[in-house]
Design a protein around this ligand. Structure first.
Ligand SMILES: Nc1ncnc2c1ncn2[C@@H]1O[C@H](COP(=O)(O)OP(=O)(O)OP(=O)(O)O)[C@@H](O)[C@H]1O
Length: 300
């Protein structure tokens, strides 16, 4: 069953299109990573799904309903980011209690256990928490709400590496116990791809690809060898990324769709075939040019 359906979704701020004709569907009980560079439109998309923004054109549906200002959707959907604002008069203990009234599936015991584990105290004020502690508290709210649709927009801001690791483990354990539809936006794909099922990659508000992580791992291949030999092979292939080195060798990333005969020819030419890590691939696929930052310094 599809929980989120986006059809030609466009969102403009004045004349600027932050989302452009985005079409995709997200199945129930999956963890999707929303990946894109700064300004790609991730927050805009997540806030449109969450019903904070009205699309400029196109359509967004959550459980077949328009999420904009929709109370039924908002009690089953939680949006967590690092800008969450809470009433200043309430301490953390009060905030957990009030969350219990708002979210029908709230798990108070899980909240308490996570609260204790991360050394948060009920009397603390949200205003006085450090950046990382705020993100940790927000994460506890996000997990304990057990909302059918749980959206984390860059949730790890300020968390140190050990807290991030604990968060990823907690998320996965809780998801296995109570499966739900989770969207997780992050710049740290190398940290999170182990628990993601699907990746939605966007660039300048447009969809680049949407596929299972397992398929993304096979999507491209890196060819490393003498530049002449690599160029001979890649002249008819779709090049995703290319780097040349001073010693006459180069590294070229191409789509992993060629016959065995080409693969054999590569071996004969001394070209090494290397897997391309998913985070590198996403960087290449969203780069302005095929050489990345190197092209800025290449004045030749
Ligand atoms: N309220 C707004 N008014 C005008 N432009 C906006 C507004 N919000 C976002 N934008 C612009 O829309 C584009 C997409 O922004 P958005 O915050 O959705 O990107 P993002 O992928 O979440 O970026 P980041 O990874 O840096 O958080 C950016 O160019 C941004 O400047």
């Amino acid at each position: 069953m599809n929980v989120i359906e986006s059809k030609n979704l466009t969102k403009s701020y004045g004349n600027f299109k932050a989302l452009r004709e985005l079409s995709f569907t997200i199945k129930e009980n999956t963890i999707t990573g929303l990946i894109g560079r700064n300004g790609a439109g991730k927050t805009t998309l997540l806030k449109t799904i969450s019903g904070f923004y009205h699309p400029t054109s196109g359509d967004i549906r959550v459980y077949s309903e328009n999420p904009f200002n929709n109370l039924k959707i908002s009690s089953n959907l939680i949006f967590i980011d690092d800008h969450m604002v809470f009433p200043p008069g309430l301490n953390l203990g009060d905030l957990l209690k009030s969350a219990e009234y708002f979210y029908p599936n709230w798990d108070a015991e899980l909240a308490k256990r996570l609260f204790d584990y991360f050394d948060l105290r009920p009397k603390m004020s949200h205003h006085h928490l450090s950046k990382g502690m705020k993100s940790t508290f927000n994460m506890i709210i996000g997990l304990s709400s057990r909302c059918a649709v749980t959206i984390f927009d860059e949730p790890t801001t300020g968390m140190d590496a050990s807290v991030r690791k604990d968060f990823y483990k907690a998320l996965l354990k809780d998801y296995i116990e109570i499966p739900r539809t989770i969207i997780f936006s992050s710049h740290l794909l190398n940290e999170i791809d182990s628990f993601l099922e699907d990746i939605l990659l966007i660039k300048s508000g447009e969809k680049v690809l949407h596929m299972p992580v397992i398929d993304l791992k096979e999507y491209a291949i890196g060819l490393s060898g003498k530049t002449e030999a690599v160029n001979q092979i890649t002249q008819y292939l779709e090049i995703i990324h290319q780097e040349t080195f001073g010693n006459g060798s180069s590294y070229t990333v191409v789509r992993n769709i060629f016959p065995d005969s080409t693969r054999n020819e590569m071996k004969k030419l001394g070209i090494d075939l290397l897997p391309v890590p998913t985070d590198d691939l996403c960087v290449y696929l969203t780069a302005k040019n095929k050489g990345g930052i190197d092209d800025v310094f290449n004045r030749g």
